[in-house]
Design a binder for this molecule. Sequence first.
Ligand code: FAD
Length: 314
Amino acid sequence: MKFSVLLNGCSESFERRAAELRGFIRDHVGHEFVADKTIVLCPDFKKRDYFEANSVTPKLALVSLGGYQPEKALAALKDVCRDEEIMLLPGDFFGAEISVRLGARLGGAGFTGVTQMRLEDGKPVCDKKVYAQKMTASFKIEQLPLCLSIAKGIAEEADRVNEPLRETVEIDKTSEAGGEHIVSCGLTPQPDEAGLEQSDFLMVGGKGLGGPEGVERLKRLAEKAGADWGVSRPVAMSGWAPMERMIGVSGIMAKPEMCLCFGASGAAALYAGIARGRKIIAVNRDGKAPIIHQSDAAAIDDCLAVLDELAKLA
Ligand SMILES: Cc1cc2nc3c(=O)[nH]c(=O)nc-3n(C[C@H](O)[C@H](O)[C@H](O)COP(=O)(O)OP(=O)(O)OC[C@H]3O[C@@H](n4cnc5c(N)ncnc54)[C@H](O)[C@@H]3O)c2cc1C
């Protein structure tokens, strides 16, 4: 069974997402599947060389939209993807939105957060983590085409294999209708998440920090120590820190060499965001908190007092 890859070439993280999908195909897709083409949504064809250099497969289709706008992209893709059986999308916001909406528009299936894909009885089977990441569920997909986005942080980034590009086609969809009901639209640049996803040294603060002042102390220590900092979901949801600092399944899946956790309980949804790291050191005043058993070393103490002591040393 064939599959194609769909990427947003209008996004700044295009290169990283392409590398992630390469890693996903290498490690998480059964060998019975055959990669067909990479479809890239792009503003125009000016950066053709760049897209060719990052293509995930030997066949590339460039779809020019003038600029990324989901309604317009979906209208164009309904035509471009009409013969596809399986579309693989990245684990970012673009992938999650378009996989579900495109699956519905093509009359097939949309699926997000996929950790593994294999073939059983001629049908694709997708695995996904459920029940707060504690169980893996397998879904046999009966209705094609299947548009799936991969689970955030599941795949190692992989370099392009030395396979020459065989074919590039250019599809001009700049005059495609779609999104006429949108009166105006603009982009608000968000701070780059890459720092945290790729951070080697990460400090994570939980509700035990007590409030925005505690987060400030964590931030100051991180800056002094040359570390990045992130927070648990309740800390971000309480407005103590920006949402793009959230670590865990709803935010950033990090893989630090060293992770210090201050006042976080270690709930499964947070822990998934640091579990792939190498060393975890936790500070929590509750010796029975899950993070204590999940960490390589722990201090049963007040996290604010420990933060202050570490700040003196940094
Ligand atoms: C669908 C879903 C998705 C989710 N996604 C995420 C996610 O991506 N990221 C995420 O973080 N959560 C996520 N959650 C929430 C998650 O389940 C937990 O509720 C959350 O991680 C708890 O955050 P916390 O550890 O900061 O707070 P708490 O659970 O309240 O823990 C605070 C900890 O701090 C300790 N403490 C308190 N005061 C001090 C002190 N002075 N010194 C030292 N220790 C102290 C306490 O002993 C406790 O262990 C999700 C939940 C759901 C249902």
